[in-house]
Write a protein that binds this ligand. Structure first.
Ligand SMILES: NC(=O)c1ccc[n+]([C@@H]2O[C@H](COP(=O)([O-])OP(=O)(O)OC[C@H]3O[C@@H](n4cnc5c(N)ncnc54)[C@H](OP(=O)(O)O)[C@@H]3O)[C@@H](O)[C@H]2O)c1
Length: 321
């Protein structure tokens, strides 16, 4: 059995290498799905205010705790600060709303979802805010510097309501800047990573800084087929002949191979599945190892294809350039 967690800087908390991703888990099935995920063995739940299902995610978590399947301290709960709450006066209320919606009294890891400060939307009017306001054509920004947002994130640690804090969708430049003023370094960086977008230099540099890396969208275009042209037209990774060949060599599924490929880079994964069998198999990636020649074959699939790109959603924001 290979290592199943990454030890985080500062706290030494053990972040599971495989977690359950809550994006697009519909409200109707969410409580049961999260409960089942925990019952199946998931200990990390990756949520976000913007996924609009924190109430149901929390119900699933609390049901599992109430039934004695796990204790709160066995779980590693992640959620994210949405872009419309970057202002220093909005971070704590946004965090408290997530906490209240989930019915929890602390979060294991709180992330800044994107380094994009968007104009505040009063939760009484709309919660959570989105990328653009109703009827608007493009993003309206807010002058909230990340250093002020981060200082508020650090206060959550001081107040012992967030055990760890981190960032998502940040690049090296944004991290370098953050290093110049932070009291607490980010514990993790969560970014899009799969064989079509390996970001080798970013991953290696970030890991060298003592920051754990989490991959999202490990199956590449799979969850973007209905969202953008790039997702629709890209060759699916799950049925790619190279991934299929490696999968049949080990008697594993393509999904398991893609997840194993990531954790062998010491990069955590957070696959989302609504299917009980896939939910189970996505966890089962620790008692076998991909040989280097198979890792090399998968590495050949790199093509710099990013699917969660603000430009592909029609916004005038080439965030990752
Ligand atoms: N920080 C960010 O900006 C950000 C952005 C995107 C995502 N995320 C996080 O990352 C998580 C995962 O990324 P994602 O939602 O893009 O999706 P993903 O996990 O890459 O892919 C999900 C899709 O793959 C299918 N699937 C899951 N396991 C499978 C398997 N073993 N074999 C075949 N198909 C499989 C699922 O369908 P079924 O449900 O039918 O199995 C679903 O259609 C999200 O839920 C979210 O928590 C974060």
């Amino acid at each position: 059995m290979s290592k199943t967690y990454i030890e985080l800087n500062r706290t030494g908390d053990k972040m599971p290498l495989v977690g359950y991703g809550c994006w697009k888990v519909d409200n109707k099935d969410c409580e049961e799905t999260i409960y089942n995920a925990i019952k199946t063995g998931y200990r990390l739940i990756d949520g976000a205010a913007v996924y609009e299902n924190e109430v149901e995610v929390g119900r699933g978590i609390n049901k599992a705790i109430k039934e004695g399947i796990v204790k709160r301290e066995d779980l590693f709960i992640v959620t994210k600060l949405w872009n419309t709450y970057h202002h220093k006066s909005h971070v704590r209320p946004a965090f408290d709303r997530s906490l209240k919606d989930m019915g929890l009294d602390y979060i294991d890891l709180y992330l800044i979802h994107f380094p994009v400060p968007i104009k505040y939307v009063d939760p009484a009017v709309k919660y959570p805010g989105g990328w653009i306001e109703e009827g608007a054509k493009d993003i309206a920004y807010e002058r909230s510097p990340i250093h002020e947002t981060w200082a508020e994130m650090e206060k959550l640690v001081d107040d012992k309501v967030a055990r760890n804090i981190g960032v998502s969708n940040f690049n090296v430049m944004a991290l370098l800047d953050l290093f110049t003023y932070c009291r607490y370094k980010p514990a993790t960086l969560q970014v899009e990573l799969h064989p079509y977008l390996q970001q080798k230099r970013l991953v290696e540099w970030v890991q060298k800084q003592g920051i754990a890396v989490t991959a999202y969208s490990s199956f590449g275009p799979a969850s973007y087929v209905s969202l953008n042209e790039e997702g629709k037209t890209a060759k699916p990774l799950l049925t790619h002949e190279v991934v299929q060949q490696v999968a049949s060599k080990y008697g594993k599924s393509a999904g398991q191979v893609l997840l194993r490929w990531s954790v062998q880079r010491n990069v955590a994964v957070i696959p989302k599945s609504m299917n009980v069998d896939r939910l189970k198999s996505n966890l089962d990636i620790f008692d076998w190892t991909l040989e280097q020649q198979d890792v090399d074959a998968i590495n050949q699939l790199e093509m710099g294809a990013r699917f969660n790109d603000t430009v592909t959603y029609g916004f005038d924001l080439p965030l990752f350039d």
